[in-house]
Design a protein around this ligand. Structure first.
Ligand SMILES: [Fe+2]
Length: 476
């Protein structure tokens, strides 16, 4: 049975929140240079042609890289309390005929409208306290639609994690509104990291304490099936993974132990519980196995696959604790860097005899991506960002880790570039950086087999956009 009350409990909690605090004011000046990565845009970015800096676009490359990330954190002397709580902005980087264009628009959410009307960041979030003027009737009223974007059924879906997907027009980026896949599922959480099979079928989760809702959508974005399942622990989960046959849900010991706002204050780090990995048969969600791992914290996992002996493998970027999620990402908004764990690229193996093991690549990495045509299938490479420097919070390099050779083919953009996630598109890797010297965001194409050679082509926009989180490519 679908326990909507449990999964939507956060909505009622938010609605019932009587204690609305004044919250922290925006931080004082004296900003580090990387602060541009969490800067503010106050309006949409009008369509513009990009200036080519060097190189030549591959002749066969035509399409749009859609990306999403928070782009407004402050107004009226107030600021959100966490990197994850800024207003979502969709960036469309279009490549065609050797040229590139950009346009970007904020997602027109209830949250953004409410904040704008109040002239302050009043709506609560992951770690933002509600302020006077907050209006919260459901979790979607706090939905920042700021984490990722996928294309389904010819429209964009801007994704958050604790509420609905927001639909947008793929050409104009105009917001259509929150998506209701079935009337009784209105407002059901929909994670920002769906797993998409090579044929386009979409699997996703909605997390709600010790329950998860399993979404199965067609390539066209139509609901095929939905079912709630019990979980061994009420873990915070930003991502999950999947093989061709199984869903793999990693349950870290960052546990929802109470119902308080903001949401991050509901969570407690319980390393003594270890990490549990729930493996579920896609064809029968009641068929499940649970594996045990040491206590780990993570945001992002790579696509999983199964070896011929039944071993399930997947990689991820793992910390030893949630320090960055709970504190480090809040300090960023104030221009402060807190030294926290650096995520390490590791491979998890779940063996048929029930044992689980971890192997270290020996590099720090985030935003793992792999060839979407191999999703759920055996692969050897992981695209990632890295090169995290001392005293700086953001990545400066892009690399492809080869699990067979144990080598990283990487390009260092240098200390004056903030590097965002790169997306594999056939032979190419496409991604963006914020160039601090130019004060502008740039678009790059790399040869995935020769990453160390640097971009084969780079373009520059005329705007410095705060860093985005995730995106996907839509071929023309
Ligand atoms: Fe993410």
């Amino acid at each position: 049975m679908i326990d909507r009350r449990q999964l939507l409990g956060q909505s009622a909690l938010l609605a019932a929140a009587a204690a609305i605090s004044g919250g922290a004011q925006a931080a004082a000046p004296a900003r580090p240079d990387w602060f541009a990565g969490v800067g503010d845009l106050t309006q949409d970015v009008a369509p513009q042609a990009l200036a080519r800096l060097h190189g030549r676009a591959p002749a066969d490359l035509a399409g749009t890289l859609y990306r999403n990330g928070p782009a407004r954190f402050r107004q009226g002397g107030t600021a959100v309390g966490h990197w994850f709580d800024g207003d979502g902005m969709i960036r469309a980087w279009k490549i065609a005929d050797g040229k590139a264009e950009l346009r970007a628009r904020f997602v027109d959410t209830v949250k953004r409208r409410t904040d704008t009307a109040a002239g302050a960041m009043v709506q609560p979030g992951f770690k933002t306290q509600a302020r006077p003027g907050a209006l919260v009737g459901s979790a979607d009223d706090t939905n920042a639609a700021n984490t990722s974007v996928i294309v389904a059924g010819g429209q964009l879906l801007a994704l958050w994690e604790a509420g609905s997907a927001y639909a947008l027009d793929a050409d104009t980026l105009a917001t259509k509104g929150p998506v209701t896949f079935r009337p009784d599922l209105a407002g059901m959480p929909f994670l920002a990291h769906p797993r998409i099979e090579p044929d386009g079928r979409i699997w996703n989760l909605g997390m709600g304490g010790k329950m998860a809702f399993v979404w199965r959508l067609s390539k066209a974005g139509v609901l095929e099936a939905g079912q709630s399942i019990p979980l061994p622990m009420a873990s915070y989960a930003h991502d999950f993974t999947a093989t061709a046959r199984h869903l793999v849900i990693v349950l870290q010991p960052w546990i929802k132990e109470r119902n308080v706002l903001p949401f991050a204050h509901s969570l407690a780090w319980r390393p003594e519980l270890g990490t549990k990995v729930l493996v579920i048969d896609k064809d029968d969600l009641s068929k499940r196995r649970v594996f045990e791992l040491p206590p780990l914290f993570f945001f992002h996992l790579g696509d999983a696959w199964e070896e011929t002996d039944g071993t399930i493998c997947f990689d991820g970027c793992f910390d030893n604790d949630p320090g960055f999620a709970s504190d480090g990402a809040s300090a960023l908004i104030e221009g402060r860097y807190l030294r926290t764990e650096r995520p390490a690229l590791r491979m998890v193996s779940l063996r048929p005899d029930g044992r689980a093991s971890l192997d270290d690549a020996g590099i720090t990495a985030e935003f793992p991506r792999s060839d979407p045509s191999l999703a759920g299938l055996r692969r050897t490479r992981t695209v990632h960002v890295g090169g995290y420097g001392a005293g700086r919070p953001f990545a400066r390099s892009i690399g492809t880790w080869d699990w067979q050779t144990g080598k990283d083919d990487a390009h260092d953009f240098g200390s004056r570039q903030l590097v965002e996630e790169f997306v594999p598109v056939g032979r190419w890797l496409i991604g963006t950086t914020l160039n601090l010297d130019a004060g502008a965001t740039e678009l790059h194409v790399m040869d995935s087999r020769r990453v160390a050679d640097g971009p084969v082509v780079s373009w520059r926009s005329n705007v410095a956009m705060p860093l985005s989180f995730h995106g996907n490519w839509l071929a023309a």
